[in-house]
Design a protein around this ligand. Structure first.
Ligand SMILES: CC(C)(COP(=O)(O)OP(=O)(O)OC[C@H]1O[C@@H](n2cnc3c(N)ncnc32)[C@H](O)[C@@H]1OP(=O)(O)O)[C@@H](O)C(=O)NCCC(=O)NCCS
Length: 172
């Protein structure tokens, strides 16, 4: 689809995924400071406000370059920020990854799957990506389930970001 006609909001049954703005800083900071939220990430420390601002800037630039990025996941009913989900280009391997993180309050209700499915569909159908991958710590079973429920399959163990990861893909 032509870039100018592409949506920058993804609607699902219970969620709205939209681009981050600087108005999300406070709510995003609170989520990134929840205990163990980065348990399975290469860098596990809580974020500072400076890191939150840099991340939102990065996502804004990423959208301008690629037409996609990680997006703010919000609850349709209230507009509350729940976390993020979306697509990110990995320069080291020239691949696009689907990623997600939600505040603990929203776990185990199928929200990550709902958001990730919409992101994968957007990437394949609107952006025209040939492949989308997913990467998880081998111990992050919840994330592996999310990828499987989105139709990705395990391909191999591979080192990304200096960590051995399980690599999933839309192309088995
Ligand atoms: C990973 C994460 C996004 C999942 O969000 P979620 O909204 O709870 O996910 P869903 O409800 O859509 O699906 C979770 C699935 O994992 C399963 N699950 C959750 N915890 C599990 C565990 N400890 N062991 C096995 N399965 C587990 C759930 O039962 C569900 O599967 P099911 O539908 O087959 O029952 C959330 O846990 C999170 O934000 N974690 C911190 C950030 C993170 O690790 N992100 C991923 C980086 S790769």
């Amino acid at each position: 689809m032509q870039a100018e006609n592409r949506p920058d909001i993804l609607n699902t049954e219970r969620l709205i995924l939209r681009r981050f703005t600087m108005e999300d800083c406070e709510a995003l900071l609170a989520i990134t400071q929840e205990p163990n939220i980065f348990q399975y990430f290469p860098t596990r420390s809580a974020w500072t406000m400076e890191k939150v601002e840099r991340s939102i800037e990065h996502q804004t630039n990423h959208w301008q370059t690629f037409g996609y990025s990680q997006m703010a996941v919000t609850l349709r009913e209230t507009g509350q920020l729940m976390g993020w989900c979306g697509l990110e280009w990995l320069p080291d391997t020239n691949e696009t990854e689907v990623g997600y993180l939600l505040s603990h309050a929203f776990w185990d209700k199928g929200y990550a799957t709902e958001a990730a499915r919409a992101s994968v569909k957007f990437g394949l159908e609107e952006i025209g990506l040939k492949e989308i991958i997913g990467l998880t710590d081998p111990l992050n079973i919840a994330s592996q389930r999310v990828l499987e429920k989105c139709g990705l399959t395990f391909t191999r163990r591979q080192v990304y970001f200096g960590m051995e990861m399980f690599r999933y893909s839309t192309q088995p």
